[in-house]
Design a protein around this ligand. Structure first.
Ligand SMILES: [Fe+2]
Ligand SMILES: [Fe+2]
Length: 365
């Protein structure tokens, strides 16, 4: 198995399994593509799919095959039919849980942009951003950055899947937003690269996917949600709604994150990712609500409720994420996982190296 030329850009190392289902997938991915056992996941019925470690890691393992792939894993696994069938079963459980969580938001007479504004105004989640601005210590800030690295190191990628599925005004609006996210084609201005500087400034491993093993299910769920919406054309409305909610709740929290880092003594290189989003997302929020989602619904009116579902789901899962961090810190615990070796039968024991039990992976070289 050869090392990648540059681990900053992936693929990531296959993570450690978190239960029987993810263990079976990890074990399978280490071999050439072949059919999975037919009874895999036969009892797929977790009490809370959104925070179920085994289910969320299984989804993440499957989805990553469509992003950078996994180190040492045959790329043909991406379209292996029995793995896709297993993913579909996991997705049905996950999507049903999301729909139970947020219900079916109704579209106000004033239109989808007004509906998005209502959802954002009613978003009364715990203020993680205020805590990070005023009170979080360095280790807590580093935890937050490690959680978010799972997304920010591939920032904007899930929403790009909408591009070939759109035409007209919504496509133009999405291109306008994504162009900024990708730094207008300049590597040093890509938001993922700005975030890498933040990780580096905080002394954290900047490798793509370096923090997956310590990211709990709820963090993976914030990512899996985007992948679910992004990989299914039928959910394109939800994908755009998710992006709109993301942009509409970004500007003020990012100002707070930057201020929190300044309070802890960090310079403008470390804070630049957050500072950049204060201005950029104040603009993106208008484009996303009116041109992107409004533009989509003008062409495809039947997608209005899906747009609001995607926005509501994104906001709700992010509230769970924020509550997890704040509750962990209030109880004096780390919000990250400290993976233990899985108790699995020898035939399915993963042979990939177990992750360090250190709270946050530090720079490895
Ligand atoms: Fe961004
Ligand atoms: Fe943005």
């Amino acid at each position: 198995m050869s090392e990648p030329a540059d681990r900053r850009y992936g693929p990531a190392t296959v993570p450690t399994a978190r239960g029987p289902l993810s263990a079976a997938v990890v074990e399978a991915l280490r071999r050439p593509p072949r059919d999975l056992p037919a009874d895999l996941g036969v009892d797929l019925d977790p009490a809370d799919p959104i925070t179920d470690e085994d289910l969320q890691l299984t989804l993440f393992l499957c989805y990553e095959l469509h992003y950078r792939g996994w180190l040492g894993v045959d790329e043909s696994w991406e379209w292996q039919p029995t793995l896709l069938a297993l993913r579909a079963r996991c997705e049905r459980v996950f999507e049903a849980a999301l729909r139970r969580l947020v219900g079916a938001p109704s579209v106000p007479a004033a239109g989808v942009a007004a509906g998005l504004a209502e959802l954002v105004a009613a978003d009364d989640g715990p203020s993680l951003a205020a805590t990070l601005q005023r009170r979080a210590d360095l280790s807590q800030f580093r935890e937050f950055v490690a959680h978010r690295s799972v997304y920010h190191l591939r920032e904007a990628d899930p929403h790009s899947w909408a591009l070939p599925r759109l035409g007209g005004p919504a496509k133009a609006a999405l291109v306008e937003i994504q162009t900024d996210e990708y730094g207008n084609g300049r590597l040093d201005r890509m938001h993922a690269e700005l975030f890498r500087s933040t990780l580096d400034g905080l002394g954290l491993d900047t490798g793509y996917g370096a923090h997956i093993d310590v990211a709990p299910a709820v963090t993976l769920a914030t990512n899996n949600l985007m992948s679910l919406f992004g990989l299914h054309r039928r959910l394109r409305g939800a994908l755009l709604g998710h992006l709109a909610a993301f942009e509409m709740t970004s500007s003020l929290p990012n100002r707070r994150y930057g201020n929190g880092l300044r309070r802890l003594g960090f310079d403008e290189v470390a804070t630049r990712f957050y500072d950049e989003h204060v201005e950029a997302d104040a603009v993106h929020e208008q484009i996303a609500a009116h041109d992107l989602c409004g533009g989509l619904v003008r062409v495809e009116p039947a997608l209005a409720s899906d747009v609001l579902f995607g926005a509501a789901a994104g906001l709700a899962v992010d509230r769970l994420f924020a509550a997890h961090l704040l509750d962990s810190w209030a109880a004096g615990r780390s919000s990250l996982r400290t993976p233990a070796p899985p108790a699995l039968p020898p035939t399915v024991l993963p042979t990939v190296p177990l992750a360090s039990t250190a709270a946050v992976p530090l720079v490895t070289g």
